[in-house]
Design a protein around this ligand. Sequence first.
Ligand SMILES: Nc1nc2c(c(=O)[nH]1)N[C@H]1C(S)=C(S)[C@@H](COP(=O)(O)O)O[C@H]1N2
Ligand SMILES: [Mo]
Length: 431
Amino acid sequence: MRRERSIQELYRDDPERADALAWGRRGALKGGALAAMGAALGAAIPFAGSMPRGLLPAALAQGGAQGPQYIELPGKARLILQGERPLNAETPETLLDDEVTPAEKMFVRNNGSVPDPVPEPRAWKIRIDGEVNAPLEITLGDLESRFEVVTRRLQMECGGNGRAFFVPQTRGNQWGNGAISCAEWTGVRLRDLLQAAGLKPGAKFTGHHGADRHLSGDGPAISRGMRIEKAMEEDTLVAFRMNGAPIPQIHGAPVRLIVPGWPGSLSQKWFTRLEVLDKPHTGRGMGGTSYRIPVVPIVPGSRNDGADFADMESMPVRSVLTNLAHGTRLPAGTRALDLRGHAWAGDKEISAVHVSVDYGATWQAMEVKAPANRHAWQRWTGRVSLPSDGYFEVWYRATDSDGRMQPHVAGNWNPQGYGANPVSRVAILVG
Ligand SMILES: Nc1nc2c(c(=O)[nH]1)N[C@H]1C(S)=C(S)[C@@H](COP(=O)(O)O)O[C@H]1N2
Ligand SMILES: [Mo]
C-alpha cells in the first residue's frame, strides 16, 4: 500500500483501488445488473450532494469481475461457495431473515473432511479429562438422562466473518457478512459436565477435540480451546439437537460444542473430548496468528508472527439487512423502504441500529427487539423514506451495549483477517 498518498489523491488516480481500500471489494452484482445500474447511475443520484467526494457507488465498487459462485448441497439452500476442499459455504444475507436459522440456510465451515454418519448415535462417547478429579466418559444416550437438558437460541459466527472487507486482502475464505447463524440448540451445559468431573485448582483452559481429520491426513482438522470461564458460562453447551431435530451431519452430528458469541472455531463439531488444562491449549488453530488479533495495531499488509497478539474472544458488533438484496430494482414511485435484519455483538447486546440513505449525512434509528435469550441475535426493523426515483445506497450499522459502532472501514488489520465489521452498503435503484 502506498501510504504517503492521501485518500483524495488515491481516488483521483485509481478510484477502484481507493474504493476497495475504503470499502472492501466483494459484492453480488452480476454483469447485466451492473451495466443497468451503471447506466442508471448517470441518470439520477438524488443524494449526490452528500456523497463523499470521489466515492465509488457501491453498485460499481462491489460489482466484482464475475460475482460470487453458488453451490447447492443436499438439504441446503443456494449458498455462496467459498471452497470445495474443505467444503465451505456462506449464507447470502437475504437468506438470514428467519428468527431461527433453519438447517438449510446455515453456513458451512469445515477445516477438514466431514466424517461419515455413525450407525448408533446414542452410543457416541465423549470424554472430559485433564485437570479434573474424576475423568468423565459418557455416551450421548446417558448424557440426556443424567444432566439437565436445555434449549437456547444461540448465535454462532465464524471468527473470519467479514474477512472480504480487509484491504489488503488476507488469506482464508473471503466471507462477507454471512458466516453467522442463530439456531435453536438443545443439549446439556458444559459447566454441568465439568462440575461432575470436578475441576482441580489448575483448571484454567480447555482443549477441544473432534472426529474429523485434516485433508492432508495429518492429524485433527482443528483443535481449539478457551479460558475456563467461558466453558463455565450458562450458554456454553454440549449440543445434540438443532431446531428440534438431530444435528445434520455437516454441522457436527451427533454432538458438538456450542460456544456462542466467541469464534465459531471453538464450537467443535463431531465432538469427542474436552481436555481441561493448566495452560493455553496448543492444538491446530492455536497460537501464532490463528484466531488472534493485534493488541497494538500493525501496518496493514505487514508480516507478523502474532507473538504479541491476543486470542480472539467475544466477536465484534455486526448487522445484516435481510429483506433487500444488493442490486435490487424497485418500481418507479417507491418512496419508502421497509427494512429489517438482525444484529448481534458476541457476548454483548445491541443498543442501536442506524440506517442512512444519503451517504451518511443523516442516520435514522431503527427499532431493535430484545434477544430471545442471551447470545441470540436481535431483530431490527424500520422504515426510511426516499425523496424521488433514482440510485440510492442503504447504509446500515449496529452499536453494541458498550457504545461501540461498526466502523466505516475494516480496522485492526491482521494477517489472517479476523474481526472485520465495517458498515454495509446495499445499492438499490428506484424506477
Ligand atoms: N470438528 C470440527 N469442528 C469445527 C470445525 C471443523 O472444521 N471441525 N470448524 C469450526 C469453525 S471454524 C466454525 S466457524 C464452525 C462452523 O460450524 P458450521 O459448519 O456448523 O456452521 O464450526 C467449528 N467447529
Ligand atoms: Mo470459523
